[in-house]
Each structure stands twice: as structure tokens, then as C-alpha cells.
Design a protein around this ligand. Structure first.
Ligand code: P6P
Length: 354
């Protein structure tokens, strides 16, 4: 009986994701039914991954799968599972002509019957970001980025279809598997957040038109690497800790080692997430194609800023699938402050792209 009452309560107040897609399809770039179907298949895969994650501790599928991925990182069983679930869901529906993933060495050509090559979109994803948190029951996320192919429809997908600038994305989003499961995405007309009601398996529009607070006081940085940071980054962190009442400092440090969760909290409360270049990772750790570009698209659509400390992320021309870049994203004023320190103290280390 609870389900019925809960169903009607939720239904009275909030639009479902399905209703949102239908009522906004006209505003989707190229407004074809394919993009709607693509978002719907992401919704389905997210629900299945969510189900697997929620029971992970019980069926001992966490922990390393024993394989090493292209990043040289131990693949967690849930990484592999999430990757295969999203990939299979997309392939079965023959909506995309190609898929790139953090967990795949190269891009995947979607064969199916040759109709698959008539599909207009490619999807890039980090199927389970923050996987180091899996075994300690801390939030993880899925990140996805969608482009319209640039190679001729009807021919096999090419690498160029994946190496497009972030400003060419037609849609991007993330799933946050936190205390509740949320799907947050943009198709270029603002950012909307949907919360899963697990009792009935429906996503409801819980956070319409999400915007970064202009002023934030949270900074999310892995400060353990301080000694390896560039001078500009060190100066910014010192700035965050100084006492300055007018400027609301010292700021609050919040970093849980899961980009999606740190980003999502900052989007709601205001703040900046930075994974800078370090002596260990001179190009930063995060990947341009399936982490920084989608999060930057969402960031800008929500009124924030995203750069590599100097250059707008969405303007960077990718040169390889698993390319890494430094990532500064969040409330405009905080990102600008970090960039000012980088320009003043580390301009000679500004990333240069081929
Ligand atoms: P570190 C997770 O592996 C990730 O890609 C992001 O989700 C997270 O913010 C970062 O790396 C954590 O990296 O070096 O601080 O452990």
C-alpha cells in the first residue's frame, strides 16, 4: 500500500524523467528522437548499476577484478560491471555508432546490423568514477558525454568522432550514487537533476534549473600532494586558509576522492573542485574526454567556470582518447581566484596543446 501512496505523492509534485524528455525533446540540439532514446537508455543502465552498487557489500563483488585498465589502475569488479552494463544497453538499442570508455583501451565500434552505422551519436563515459571508494562504501558516479558524429553516416565510426572539442557536445551528465541516486544532465539548455525513487524505479525532477551559487566557500583539492603542486596552486591553497572576515575566509575544505560527489556538492552549495597538474601527474589526473569535458559542459550550463587553470576546458582540441588535463571547476569567483594565482605565479607552466 505504501507504494501506491508514495507513487501518488511523488507523481503529484514532480515531473518524471520520461515526461521531462518528452516535453523538452524539441529543445534538444538536432531534436531527433534518437537523443531522447539515448538518454532513456542511460536512465535504464543507471538504474541497473545503482541496483548492483547498493548490494555490493553483500555479494562480495567489490574489490579488484584482478585486471589492470589502460590507465594502469586496478579495475574494480564494479568498474567492469558498470562498463559492460552501459555498453550493452547502448549496443542493444543500436542508438550510437561508437562508444569510448575509461575502461576500454580503444573506442568500441557498434556493429549490430549496418543500421548501427546510420546512428548519429557517439557516447564517451567514465562508467564508475571514484572507484577507489567502492570498498569503503563512499559515493561513486558515472559520467557521460554525447556528440553527434562528424564522419559520414552509414560508415564505421572513426577516432575523429571522439576527438571533438568539448564545445561540440550535444549532451552531458552524471549519475551520483550517493545517499540517494541522482541523474544530472544538460542538453545545452540548463542543468536539471532527477532523483530516483527506488521503491518504484522512477526518476523525478527534484532539482530543476541547477545553478552554481556565484560565491562559494568550499574548496575540493587533494592537499596531500601540496609539496608536488605548482607555486600558483600552493598560493591559492594558502589564500583559502588565511583569516579574512570580509572574504568569508578561511574557506571550508571538502574532498572525498570522488569527482562526481565533490562536484555535485559544490554545484548545490557553491565551491571549487581542482585536480591540478602535479610533479607526479604533470598533465593532471582527470581525463579530458569523459571526465573534464562533460563536467565542464554541465558546469558552464549551471553558470560556473571550468578550465585547466588557464584555458577554457571546452575549447581544448583533444589529441588522444585517454588524454589528461588539469581541471579547475565550480563557482565563477573561486575559479577566477585560483586562475589569478596560476597566472601570477605559474604562467610559465601553462599547458600547451598540439
Ligand atoms: P586522488 C577518482 O579516481 C578520480 O578520478 C576522481 O573521481 C577523484 O576526484 C580523484 O580521481 C581522486 O584522486 O589522487 O586524490 O586519489
Amino acid at each position: 500500500m505504501l507504494r501506491t501512496r508514495e507513487f501518488f505523492k511523488m507523481n503529484n509534485k514532480h515531473m518524471t524523467l520520461g515526461e521531462f524528455i518528452i516535453s523538452n525533446q524539441k529543445s534538444f540540439k538536432y531534436s531527433s528522437g534518437e537523443l531522447s532514446r539515448l538518454i532513456n537508455s542511460i536512465r535504464l543502465a543507471a538504474k541497473v548499476v545503482n541496483h548492483e552498487i547498493r548490494k555490493a557489500g553483500l555479494v562480495d563483488i567489490t574489490g579488484a577484478a584482478g585486471d589492470i585498465n589502460v590507465q594502469g589502475e586496478a579495475q574494480q569488479k564494479l568498474d567492469v560491471l558498470a562498463n559492460n552494463l552501459f555498453k550493452q544497453t547502448l549496443i542493444n538499442r543500436e542508438i550510437v555508432c561508437g562508444i569510448a570508455s575509461e575502461e576500454e583501451d580503444d573506442y568500441v565500434v557498434v556493429e549490430g546490423n549496418n543500421k548501427a552505422n546510420e546512428n548519429k551519436y557517439v557516447l564517451l563515459m567514465d562508467p564508475l568514477d571514484g572507484s577507489s571508494n567502492i570498498d569503503v562504501n563512499v559515493s561513486v558516479g558515472t559520467i557521460f558525454s554525447i556528440y553527434r558524429r562528424v564522419s559520414p553516416v552509414g560508415t564505421p565510426v572513426t577516432q575523429e568522432d571522439f576527438l571533438q572539442k568539448g564545445n561540440e557536445q550535444v549532451a552531458a551528465g552524471y549519475v551520483a550514487y550517493g545517499t540517494s541516486t541522482m541523474l544530472v544532465f544538460t542538453t545545452g539548455n540548463g542543468v536539471n537533476g532527477f532523483t530516483l525513487n527506488p521503491a518504484i524505479g522512477t526518476f523525478y525532477l527534484s532539482h530543476p534549473n541547477m545553478k552554481f551559487p556565484e560565491i562559494g566557500k568550499i574548496y575540493s583539492v587533494s592537499e596531500g600532494y601540496f609539496t608536488h603542486f605548482q607555486e600558483g596552486m600552493k598560493r591559492f591553497l594558502i589564500h583559502c586558509k588565511e583569516l579574512n572576515k570580509e572574504d568569508n575566509r578561511p574557506y571550508t575544505a571538502r574532498y572525498i576522492g570522488s569527482l562526481v560527489s565533490d562536484f555535485h556538492r559544490n554545484l548545490i552549495k557553491g565551491g571549487v573542485y581542482i585536480y591540478p597538474a602535479t610533479a607526479i601527474n604533470p598533465k593532471g589526473k582527470l581525463r579530458l574526454l569523459y571526465e573534464c569535458n562533460p563536467m565542464a559542459f554541465i558546469c558552464e550550463q549551471a553558470g560556473g567556470t571550468a578550465s585547466d587553470g588557464f584555458t577554457r576546458i571546452l575549447d581544448i582540441k583533444p589529441t588522444e582518447l585517454h588524454q589528461r588535463v588539469p581541471f579547475y571547476s565550480g563557482s565563477k569567483q573561486l575559479v577566477a581566484k585560483a586562475e589569478s594565482f596560476m597566472n601570477e605565479f605559474s604562467s610559465d607552466e601553462k599547458p600547451v596543446y598540439e
